[in-house]
Design a protein around this ligand. Structure first.
Ligand SMILES: Nc1ncnc2c1ncn2[C@@H]1O[C@H](COP(=O)(O)OP(=O)(O)O)[C@@H](O)[C@H]1O
Ligand SMILES: [Mg+2]
Length: 278
């Protein structure tokens, strides 16, 4: 899939008077609901009668066996891929009525190589028809929130992998999405860069409380970057368990090497192997 072409799907015109994100409406917990999801590829049934309820405004990770359909799931619920049957609602609204953004796995293909980093970030707002002065104002506001030590006047090929993925994330955030989908966003980065990107993503989450749906094949990451971990079975895929992570944010080293983290990891691993060996 050409990542760069789908930054923000069916963008809604945004103004400063745009409705408050569903998750931040006081008094009740907004939810996303997935009902009766079905997807087959040729003869392979990936999903059949798949249901899932998740709160909005939380960090959700999706973990499961290789090829169980993690990418397929977030591609369908983000509207990138058609489902054979089923319904997905975000606080009662359809995907087309929800502002969403998507960060792809392969940062090398994610940015437009002919645009400077800053112009990559401008791009989704431009597509939405936001005037240049307003775009500049919003981007400056976004950049001011994070310590970005990247020369945004550089072209993507001159940036490191982590810097390119940071630009991809900024580009995904500039539209102030209600839901941000991330499919193994750091899997092509080295260890050190992955650690620092996880930290950065947590900062973004703590600041914005944007609903994040992160697919990961790395159990440590799936626990570290989540309020709830959705553990999937093998195909035809169902939810094996929704694990409440319940660790304090940020997930610093004390948290990620602590007893609670280890206990969660042991629990998830046991569940994972149960599913894989079935
Ligand atoms: N476009 C496609 N055409 C045919 N089969 C596909 C397609 N996309 C995914 N699949 C199959 O569906 C299953 C789930 O794929 P995927 O969602 O990529 O798994 P995961 O992300 O969990 O590794 C796999 O068996 C894969 O081969
Ligand atoms: Mg995948």
């Amino acid at each position: 899939m050409n990542a760069g072409s789908v930054l923000q799907l069916r963008p809604k015109q945004m103004t400063d008077t745009a409705p408050m994100p569903a998750a931040s409406k006081p008094g009740r917990q907004a939810k996303m609901t997935i009902r009766g999801l079905r997807k087959t590829f040729n003869d392979a049934v990936v999903y059949d009668g798949f249901d899932l309820d998740l709160p909005l405004g939380q960090f959700i990770s999706v973990f499961g066996p290789n090829g169980c359909g993690k990418s397929t799931l977030i591609n369908m619920i983000s509207g990138l891929m058609p489902m054979d049957a089923g319904e997905v609602l975000y606080d009662g609204q359809r995907i087309s009525e929800t502002r969403i953004s998507y960060v792809f796995q392969n940062y090398r293909e994610a940015l437009f190589p002919w645009l400077k980093a800053i112009d990559n970030i401008h791009y989704p707002l431009k597509v939405m028809g936001v005037p240049r002065a307003e775009r500049k104002r919003r981007i400056e506001k976004l950049l001011a929130e994070f310590e970005i030590r990247i020369d945004l006047n550089a072209y993507p090929y001159t940036l490191s992998g982590g810097q390119q993925q940071t630009v991809s994330i900024l580009r995904a955030l500039v539209t102030e999405p209600e839901v941000l989908f991330l499919d193994e966003p750091f899997s092509a980065l080295d260890y050190e860069m992955t650690m620092s990107m996880r930290e950065q993503l947590q900062k973004i989450f703590m600041k914005t409380r944007t609903t994040m749906l992160l697919v990961s094949h790395d159990l440590d990451e799936a626990i570290e970057q989540a309020d709830k971990l959705v553990l999937l079975t093998r195909r035809p895929t169902q939810v094996a368990e929704i694990v409440e992570i319940g660790l304090p944010w940020p997930r610093d080293r004390a948290v990620t090497t602590g007893d609670d983290f280890m206990a969660l990891k042991r629990h998830c691993l046991d569940r994972f192997w149960q599913e894989v060996k079935k």
